[in-house]
Ligand binder design. Structure first.
Ligand SMILES: *[C@@H]1O[C@H](CO)[C@@H](O)[C@H](O)[C@H]1NC(C)=O
Length: 523
């Protein structure tokens, strides 16, 4: 009896594993090589400039003094340092805009090779800039690293989800953000003063992320090209089939379903060419006004919540809070660990909790912790325990940010828009995200000199405005059809998306008809 059961179980398992292809060595290798060699460096470059900021600033000071004769003023040096930090973001914005066009021309794998080459070249600049005494090389390195980062965040999720069988798409899709978040943490740890973030070793500290990148350059040639790209974009079914067999590790007969779906997609693609809605049309279409505003505000709001101000400058904040250098670095790493843990936790969270619940709760609590952080930093001189209040505020903010404000803006566009306008709308949202990141990164250090901790009240006020907007206008999107969402949002700011989620469709229609009547009356 037992044997039969086990036997049945085994048969079932075999059947399942045949019908649903899973992990193969090649698939795992593709995930691992790109996560460690390409998306880890993106996060690394964000996290690494925090702790050794004062040391690298002094290098800029010396290099500028040596080249131009005059020592730069405090504010000039602030500007140079902001440029070093921010040019990375400019590069990333450019890279992420050009990524999908390049991926359609050169193939996913081709773009990933460029990403790796740019990252390696950037590392070379970082490595050599101190010996050459050249700030320009440092800035150029940050620009190249940024370009690589933008291309990576655009193309790598596309590549991995196209390689993955249906049931592993989610797992492969999160490898890019996961590698990125882990990279931030790695950057923070390695840039500690006692490790590489010191006067002697900081060029190594900036460049060391290239070790896994070099390994990935060796692995990239054996990785497969995306079968979807070969079949649907390039129209090379034979080549696509060969790659697909390699990735799945099974006979061609067992891949019938997948090949069928590729064929359907290729046909749809041929029929619908030109159906995708351009950027200009998306911006001017009145029925898309509300979802577009929601996506852009959430994307920009994610940055204007001050999360990167916290990550670029947390060591300074902790030092200002009266911690010793080492303690400040450890506290920064603590914040990085919380951030990484939240990114892991948010994966199952996003499949089981409503978007509105997550984002509203995340905003409320973030506002509270930002105010605590701001008050703590303002009254830091008052007593020694106040420093710990600011640290509680900072860590609390990082955790609450990770519940909703961190993950949701990245994908809410795919749930608010139908297929046609989706790519343009999401590209615009992505621009708002990098733009917000850039503005905060540029203004924060400059204005910090004048307004100090009041910055965190500004961040809190922006979060409050976003809260009010989301509270009244964001429809619940989890598990709902995008056509339904488009319908209840089509009247711009006159839409009442929340009532739409409570009452049934017939009532929405009457309500909208009344609205239209009202509008007609007004005209
Ligand atoms: C630049 O370096 C010089 C010499 O080490 C120093 O006196 C000056 O204060 C530095 N300038 C700034 C803005 O830090």
């Amino acid at each position: 009896m037992l044997m039969v059961l086990i036997n049945n179980h085994f048969m079932l398992y075999k059947e399942l594993s045949i019908e649903q292809p899973g992990w193969t060595k090649l698939l795992a290798l593709a995930g691992l090589a790109t996560a460690l060699g390409l998306s880890l460096p993106v996060g690394y470059n964000i996290g690494v400039v925090n702790s050794p900021a004062s040391i690298i600033r002094q290098f800029c000071n010396e290099s500028i003094t040596a080249h131009y004769g005059d020592a730069p003023s405090e504010s000039a040096l602030n500007l140079v340092w902001s440029a070093v930090v921010c040019i990375f973001i400019v590069g990333a914005a450019v890279g992420s805009l050009g990524g999908s066009a390049l991926a359609a021309r050169l193939g996913r794998k081709g773009v990933l090779v460029i990403c790796a080459a740019l990252a390696a070249l950037a590392a070379l600049m970082f490595f050599a800039c101190k010996a050459a005494g050249s700030v320009e090389m440092l800035v150029l390195g940050r620009l190249l690293a940024g370009l690589s980062a933008g291309l990576t965040t655009c193309v790598m999720p596309m590549y991995l989800t196209e390689l993955a069988p249906l049931r592993l798409k989610g797992a492969m899709g999160v490898l890019c953000p996961l590698g990125l978040t882990f990279g931030v943490l790695a950057g923070q740890v390695i840039s500690m003063n006692s490790l590489l973030g010191n006067d002697e070793y900081w060029p190594y500290c900036l460049a060391i992320y290239a070790l896994p990148t070099f390994v990935s350059i060796l692995i990239l040639p054996v990785l497969p090209e995306s079968p979807k790209f070969l079949f649907v974009v390039k129209n090379q079914p034979q080549a696509a089939l060969k790659e697909l067999q390699k990735i799945r590790g099974v006979q061609e007969e067992l891949l019938k379903d997948e090949i069928e779906s590729l064929k359907t997609e290729a046909e749809e693609n041929r029929k619908n060419a030109g159906d995708s809605v351009g950027l200009g049309k998306v911006i001017t279409d009145r029925s898309l006004l509300l979802p577009l505003t929601l996506v852009c505000c959430l994307q920009a709001g994610q940055q204007f919540s001050g999360i990167n101000a916290v990550f670029y400058y947390s060591t300074d904040i902790f030092k200002a809070a009266g911690l010793t250098n080492t303690a400040a670095e450890l506290a920064t790493i603590g914040a990085g660990i919380f951030n990484f843990a939240m990114a892991v936790i948010s994966i199952p969270l996003m499949s089981s909790v409503d978007r509105r619940t997550c984002i509203l709760f995340s905003l409320e609590t973030s506002i509270a912790f930002l105010i605590i952080l701001g008050l703590g930093l303002t009254y830091i001189q008052y007593s020694s325990w106040v420093a710990y209040v600011s640290i509680v505020g900072l860590l609390g903010f990082v955790i609450c940010y990770g519940i909703g404000l961190g993950p949701i803006p990245y994908f809410i566009g795919s749930e608010l828009f139908e297929v046609g306008p989706r790519p343009s709308a999401m590209a615009l949202g992505s621009m708002f995200n990098w733009g917000g990141n850039f503005i905060v990164g540029l203004l924060f250090p400059i204005l910090k000199v004048y307004i100090g901790a009041a910055w965190f009240f500004i961040f809190a006020a922006i979060c409050l405005a976003l809260f009010v907007f989301v509270r009244f206008y964001l429809p619940e999107t989890r598990g709902r059809d995008t056509s339904e969402i488009a319908h209840i949002c089509r009247n711009g700011f006159a839409s009442r998306p929340l009532q739409g989620s409570i009452i049934d469709t017939r009532n929405i229609n009457t309500e909208n008809q009344e609205l239209e009547k009202m509008n007609d009356g007004n005209v």
